[in-house]
Design a binder for this molecule. Structure first.
Ligand SMILES: *Cc1c(COP(=O)(O)O)cnc(C)c1O
Length: 403
């Protein structure tokens, strides 16, 4: 069967693995080894020179990790992929690969907190500067370009306000100016959005989230549209900085990834049900979800995303006090950061994920004290709604004490 005729649902189960090469083992074997024995000295020489393909040492490659990399490359319609020890290792590796001292990066105005921290390190140590912009028009992006600009780094949807960046516009500008485009695709997973199809050069994931889906691994993945460039990163930045993924984590991710389409469909259906429910609540003020007909960016969402996914943010009445009382009144829904797990998680960005952002910047990003982010899990929607209802009842009972 021709590979490009296979659907994602099939690729997550089969891509990149041939059981006949592994004693017929149906499950991908876990190669828990640090090194590989050569048959003789000449073979060792040939492996090192690249004359002969094969395993050498697990920081340079592992058969277990390679299955995950091949699967991810296929899912993102890329030509190659690299697995890392965390999402941040993927972010830092691609940015180190693309920049040199004195360069400039254009970023979407909302980026993951530690990515922001990394940009600070790069600025302090290597004078690599960055601009954080809203990217609503091509002109706005173009205005930021300097002779030192090398890449555009984008997250969409942006955490936690679910604001979207129009990827086509970013790619149009990048193509006109010879810039590389990197997209952090963690929030949608490769099942709902494929930036390489639109023209991005690199897509990365915190595989900790939807790709694993079970909340038991920290990991990252980088996919590129140029296989040679990915191999170059493998044998330079990844090999020498050493931010690799362990075979065991790859094994868990291969297991988790098999159900990605099934999980994303359920996450989305549950989120859509909660969206309808939340809209009917008198203690909810604003709701942010990409696939909401009332969202001014709904057209962008439909162009670049297959569905809305599992993340909803909303504000409750009563400011910080109301938001914290609401969270404390939940029982099934866990108070935790991270996302994409089977368990529904709620967090308060102002005091948790974005507590390090200065208040003025935070408010400008739309992260008010009453904003909550829900990572909708795989439970039955009725049970989630019952839990939310009991928390709204507590808000109502305490409404006189909430500002
Ligand atoms: C979690 C996350 C990261 C960082 O990934 P880790 O696996 O925690 O290192 C990067 N980007 C986004 C959008 C994330 O949600």
């Amino acid at each position: 069967m021709k590979k490009d005729t296979l659907h994602k649902d099939t690729l997550v189960v089969h891509e990149g693995y041939d059981d006949s090469l592994h004693h017929g083992s149906l499950a991908v074997p876990l190669y828990q080894t640090s090194t590989y024995a050569f048959e003789n000295a000449l073979q060792g020489e040939k492996r090192f020179s690249g004359e002969e393909a094969g395993n050498i040492y697990s920081r340079l490659g592992s058969p277990t990790v390679q299955v995950l990399e091949k699967r991810m490359a296929a899912l993102e319609n890329g030509a190659g992929a690299l697995a890392f020890g965390s999402g941040m290792a993927a972010v830092s590796s691609i940015l180190v690969h693309l920049t040199k001292a004195g360069d400039h990066i254009i970023c979407s105005r909302g980026i993951y907190g530690c990515t922001f921290g990394l940009l600070g390190i790069m600025k302090e140590k290597y004078n690599i500067t960055h601009s954080l912009i809203s990217m609503t028009t091509e002109e706005e992006i173009e205005k930021e370009i300097t002779p030192e600009t090398v890449c555009i780094y984008v997250e969409t949807p942006i955490n936690p306000t679910m604001e979207l960046v129009d990827l086509q516009k970013v790619v149009n500008v990048a193509n006109r100016h010879g810039l590389k485009v990197v997209v952090d695709n963690t929030f949608t997973s490769p099942y709902l959005q494929n930036p390489i199809d639109i023209g991005a050069d690199f897509v990365l994931h915190s595989a900790t989230k939807y790709i694993n889906g079970h909340g038991d691994v920290i990991a990252g993945l980088l996919v590129g549209k140029d296989a040679d460039e990915i191999e170059k990163i493998r044998m330079t930045v990844q090999k020498d900085y050493g931010a690799i993924m362990s075979p065991f984590d790859a094994w868990l991710l291969i297991r988790g990834l098999k159900t990605l389409p099934v999980r994303m469909d359920r996450h989305t259906v549950n989120a859509e049900k909660l969206l309808v429910y939340l809209k009917g609540q008198q203690f909810v003020e604003d709701i942010y979800y990409p696939f909401d007909a009332g969202n001014p960016q709904f057209e962008i969402a439909k162009r670049q995303m297959k569905a809305g996914g599992g993340l909803i943010s909303f504000t409750v009445k009563g400011g910080k006090k109301g938001a914290q009382l609401f969270m404390d009144s939940l029982s099934l829904i866990k108070i935790a950061v991270s996302l994409g797990d089977a368990e529904t998680l709620i967090q308060h960005p102002a005091t948790m994920t974005h507590s390090g952002v200065p208040e003025a910047d935070r408010l400008q990003m739309g992260i008010t004290d009453s904003l909550l982010r829900l990572s909708v899990g795989l439970e039955h929607a009725e049970d989630l709604i019952a839990d939310l209802t009991s928390a709204f009842t507590v808000l109502e009972q305490n409404s006189s004490t909430l500002a």
